[in-house]
Design a protein around this ligand. Structure first.
Ligand SMILES: C[S@@+](CC[C@H](N)C(=O)[O-])C[C@H]1O[C@@H](n2cnc3c(N)ncnc32)[C@H](O)[C@@H]1O
Length: 290
């Protein structure tokens, strides 16, 4: 079902002209707490709470990544999504950075067990990428990580670094949450996506939506550091999902058959997540790659 009463109420609340509520940073900026790390990793498994969103963004990332690319993933976490991207793009090389040792340990185990050879992991800060030279990456990706930065100046450092390390005609695909206008809307979206999930994941999602930067903040930083190289899109009406995308997608790069298999294995609520992202981001100006 694409529409429900709670969604309609949320849309009504979010259409007001008032600005987004005040941001509350994550308590666990770098995710090292064992309980939340494990719950997060579980949520990212093939039938977990994040699986639908991952599939949508996986298709978009695949449409941008070319054979021979060097790709940087900022805040790769336990690597659930990075593993899927790297597996579907075996001729590209990936560097995943994260500041959490626990997350990287899980990611490392995943890549070794799945025998995915084209990923290097680095314990590094996405706001300080001095280990990488100017214009050293063909593509930059990031998923659900930017809201973990403490404040707008850290986000600005991250965008400045992205603008520096991305080559001039490079491609970029970042997805994150956008800050909503009403705190009540957070409860609706969390309930929809994380019903029946572990409390740690529910709490994590709630905190994420409170810690999200606003679409306007993203737009200002893209204009300053990625001008002409990327655009900001969001789900229509409420910017629950924000995507920053640069470079043209090639439908021929999308492995339709593999993505279709992933879609078919999703539980019904996660299929619904994919359909809603497709619809609400398309209405926000971003065509789906699925
Ligand atoms: C919610 S997870 C997202 C993981 C993964 N990208 C995904 O889509 O599932 C956010 C990650 O960002 C990491 N992180 C937070 N601050 C960071 C920083 N300054 N530099 C690098 N990683 C950071 C956290 O440790 C965490 O693993």
């Amino acid at each position: 079902m694409l529409f429900d009463f709670g969604l309609l109420k949320t849309i009504w609340r979010e259409t007001g002209t008032h600005p987004p509520f005040t941001r509350t940073p994550e308590t666990d900026l770098v995710m090292n707490d064992e309980g939340s790390v494990l719950a997060y990793e579980k949520g990212g498994r093939p039938t977990g709470a994040l699986a639908g969103a991952y599939l949508y963004h996986l298709a978009q990332m695949c449409a941008l990544i070319k054979s021979g690319d060097l790709v940087l993933d900022l805040g790769c976490g336990p690597g659930n999504l990075l593993a899927q991207v790297a597996k579907l793009n075996p001729r590209a090389e990936f560097i995943g950075v994260d500041l959490s040792e626990s997350m990287l340990a899980l990611a490392d185990l995943r890549f070794r067990q799945a025998e995915i050879p084209n990923v290097e992991l680095q314990l590094a800060d996405m706001t300080r990428l001095s280990q990488f030279g100017d214009a050293s990456f063909d593509t930059i990706i990031s998923s659900m990580a930017l809201h973990h930065l403490p404040d707008i100046s850290a986000l600005e450092c991250c965008f400045s670094e992205m603008g520096r390390v991305l080559r001039p005609n490079g491609r970029i695909y970042l997805n994150d949450f956008g800050r909503l206008k009403c705190r009540e809307s957070v409860g609706y979206f969390v309930g929809r996506a994380a019903a029946g999930e572990e409390q740690a994941l529910v709490d994590d999602y709630t905190q994420s939506l409170h810690a999200a930067f606003s679409k306007e903040e993203f737009e200002a930083l893209v204009a300053r550091y990625l001008q002409g190289r990327a655009r900001v899109f969001s789900t229509i009406i409420s910017p629950l999902t924000v995507v920053i995308k640069g470079g043209s997608s090639s439908p021929s790069l999308v492995p339709k058959r593999e993505l279709d298999m992933i879609y078919r294995a999703l539980p019904a609520p996660r299929k619904n997540d994919v359909q809603q992202l497709k619809l609400f981001l398309r209405l926000g100006g971003l065509p789906s790659a699925l």
